[in-house]
Design a protein around this ligand. Structure first.
Ligand SMILES: C[S@@+](CC[C@H](N)C(=O)[O-])C[C@H]1O[C@@H](n2cnc3c(N)ncnc32)[C@H](O)[C@@H]1O
Length: 231
């Protein structure tokens, strides 16, 4: 077993997580949703299930408005023995270049509606603290490149169906060979990483011929890494 902790870094990149952008505030579907929740349009998470018609005019709209993908993915990562044992640091980079930094022992709500409320509060206050004053969640304006420069991983491996073929065990082994390795999974519903994202990768691997859900890919990499750590 390796001697040091927090060795693996996981980044969910280009994630479908943002507040409703200003250009959609006046759209009837957004105004109706805001009034039903007693909030301003700009305080709501962009969500395709409510804002589909408004989103048709948004740039890159196929990659946006799916905060449920981030919820699923974070539950998968933070419920793992790897995270509970302090072996993995978790970050969410968003499609609009913000980055959520997760603290060490975050217990995210299993209920989507409570997760939505928590993230809307995070966007408003920029930080969520635990009762003892430690930071549970913090959001910063940060591109993926800036986030990676701050983390300084020794290798950054992207996962995509468009990558070189490998299996989950092989990717975990390659990560395991490095001191502070990072793996990156897309937090969006369809499409592929944009060029600016891919430029940050040392390797890009595909682990299956099928397009898989982000949470499945995360679960498998984490599990293979746990087996190597024997935890
Ligand atoms: C729902 S997918 C995005 C859909 C995209 N059409 C695709 O095929 O990758 C979310 C993320 O899961 C990961 N992923 C999906 N399928 C994969 C595969 N076969 N091998 C490796 N990673 C995969 C990628 O990081 C991808 O960005």
């Amino acid at each position: 077993m390796k001697a040091t902790k927090e060795l693996l870094v996981f980044i969910l990149a280009e994630s479908s997580l943002e507040l409703v952008p200003r250009e959609l505030w006046g759209h009837p579907s957004v105004a109706k949703h805001a009034s039903s929740k007693g909030k301003k349009a700009g305080e709501l998470l962009l969500d395709r299930s409510y804002h589909h018609s408004a989103m048709l005019r948004l740039k890159d709209n196929g990659k946006r408005g799916r905060p449920d993908i981030v919820h699923f993915s974070l539950l998968e990562a933070t419920s793992s023995p790897l995270y509970m044992g302090g072996w993995i640091d978790v970050y969410v980079h968003t499609i609009v270049d913000e980055a959520v930094h997760l603290g060490r022992s975050v217990r995210l709500p299993k209920s989507y509606f409570r997760f939505e409320g928590l993230i809307e509060k995070l966007f408003e206050e920029r930080k969520v603290l635990s009762p003892d004053g430690s930071t549970l969640l913090e959001i910063r304006s940060q591109s993926l490149k800036e986030l990676i420069s701050e983390i300084r991983p020794s290798i950054t491996i992207g996962l995509s169906r468009m990558g070189k073929r490998n299996d989950f065990g092989g990717v975990a082994k390659e990560l395991f060979m490095h001191e502070k390795p990072a793996f990156v999974v897309g937090g969006f519903p369809r499409g592929h990483f944009c060029m600016n994202t891919s430029l940050n990768f040392d390797e890009l691997y595909s682990c299956h011929e099928l397009p898989l859900e982000a949470h499945v890919v995360i679960a498998r990499i984490v599990y293979e890494f746990e087996k190597l750590l024997m935890i």
